[in-house]
Write a protein that binds this ligand. Sequence first.
Ligand SMILES: Nc1nc2c(ncn2[C@@H]2O[C@H](COP(=O)(O)OP(=O)(O)OP(=O)(O)O)[C@@H](O)[C@H]2O)c(=O)[nH]1
Ligand SMILES: [Mg+2]
Length: 307
Amino acid sequence: MTEQSTGYKSGFAAVVGRPNVGKSTLINALLGQKIAAVSPKPQTTRRIQLGILTNDNSQIIFMDTPGIHKPIHKLGEFMNEAATETLEDADVILWLVDASVPPTGEDKIVAERLQDGKVKAPVLMVLNKVDLISGVALDVNQVAYQALFPKGIPIRISAVNGFQTSILIQEMAARLPEGEPFYDEDQVTDLYEKEIAAELVREAALLHLRDEVPHAIAVRIDEYTERGDTGAYVGATLLVERDSQKGIVIGKGGEMLKAIGSTARREIESMSGRKVFLELRVKVNKNWRDDPFVLKLLGYMTDRKKK
Ligand SMILES: Nc1nc2c(ncn2[C@@H]2O[C@H](COP(=O)(O)OP(=O)(O)OP(=O)(O)O)[C@@H](O)[C@H]2O)c(=O)[nH]1
Ligand SMILES: [Mg+2]
């Protein structure tokens, strides 16, 4: 052992929890920029995305994961598997819960996964959304969450107003191994701009559409071209599962697609820091959520071997 200890910490933090508890919101907030889609609807995140936070003493590589839920199609199964796999790869685990409400059946499923013998990393039980609750009600919910996984180290935060998030970073860094950074200090995620753009289009669809329709959507970027001073041209296709959904996504006189497009364009412009011309199309691809070929094509299903 010739290497000298620098005290620098670096490692992987799995961010897990049931859908909609604020995992992606927290990662965007800690990075100070939006890299991940966020929405008030559950099952927004569909695959693992890294968020890389580098500072003078540590590099924390967050693994944003899909919310663990009861799956009803292959896409859902892959989402759960991907989330569970990160638990084994992590140096520290953030189990996010929504402290403003009592635990649900899905929180119990997550707690069970954490108790799997293969999960070795320390678990911080992150009680998020404390801006929505306080006093005895919060204490009661915290006790209920802790009962699900007593080994979890509790910390109360709010991802939207930043309450205690710097303490959370310290708590994580303290639990990482010493080592060199894995990524360049200016890299914030492992996704390409084009892949983030696809997520932002899907996020806009989640915001504008109701019920199950947005969950039946996948976004494929067909073209992402620089156009010098005029910005970038982005052409994207929204895949839906049925003709009826196509009608809903397009809307009366194309109104809905226009609304999705203008929200997405604004988000892509602020993410990429330049003007964007966004063109959207809608295409039916029957039951793509159960089609392994399409899931692979969209990057939701990987070749990563399971033991
Ligand atoms: N009031 C409040 N709302 C929050 C907080 N954190 C997240 N939210 C909201 O919770 C909703 C879900 O946030 P997401 O970040 O998409 O949740 P997620 O856990 O990544 O969800 P999935 O990707 O579906 O698993 C959004 O409407 C957020 O604005 C918080 O600290 N306080
Ligand atoms: Mg998410």
